[in-house]
Ligand binder design. Structure first.
Ligand SMILES: [Fe+2]
Length: 118
C-alpha cells in the first residue's frame, strides 16, 4: 500500500473522522445485488469551507467501481448497490476497499473481504 495512504491504527478521534468504514454483507451469491455503505468510522468529519471530504471511492481489488465527488455542502457518506460476480466465481473472495480524501489530511482507506457463496 502507498505509504501516504493512512488507515485506522491507534483509534483516535482524528483517525475515526477520516477512515472510511465499509458496511455490507460478509457473503453474497453470484449475481446478487447488495448494498454497500461507506461512512467515517464513528466521528463525523467537518464539512466546512477550507476543510472537507472531497471524494469517497469504492474499489473491488484494484478496480474503481464507484467514486463520489463532494463539497462542504455534502454529508460525507455513500450508499451504493453493487452486483456480485457471475457464475464461475463461487467460493472466491473479493476485497472491497474504500478511500476517503480530506483536502487537509489526505487519503485514508479501509478494506473488507466479501465471500461469494458456493
Ligand atoms: Fe480532515
Amino acid at each position: 500500500m502507498n505509504k501516504h495512504v493512512q488507515t485506522l491504527k491507534d483509534g483516535t478521534d482524528f483517525e475515526k473522522k477520516h477512515v472510511p468504514m465499509i458496511e455490507c454483507k460478509d457473503e453474497v451469491a453470484v449475481n446478487e445485488l447488495y448494498e454497500v455503505k461507506v461512512h467515517s468510522a464513528g466521528v463525523d468529519h467537518p464539512m466546512e469551507d477550507g476543510h472537507f471530504i472531497q471524494y469517497i471511492e469504492l474499489r473491488i481489488g484494484d478496480l474503481t467501481v464507484y467514486r463520489g465527488s463532494m463539497t462542504q455542502y455534502v454529508k460525507p457518506e455513500l450508499t451504493v448497490t453493487l452486483k456480485a460476480p457471475s457464475e464461475g466465481h463461487e467460493g472466491l473472495k473479493m476485497k472491497l476497499k474504500a478511500f476517503m480524501f480530506c483536502n487537509l489530511h489526505g487519503l485514508w482507506t479501509y478494506e473488507k473481504e466479501i465471500a461469494i457463496k458456493k
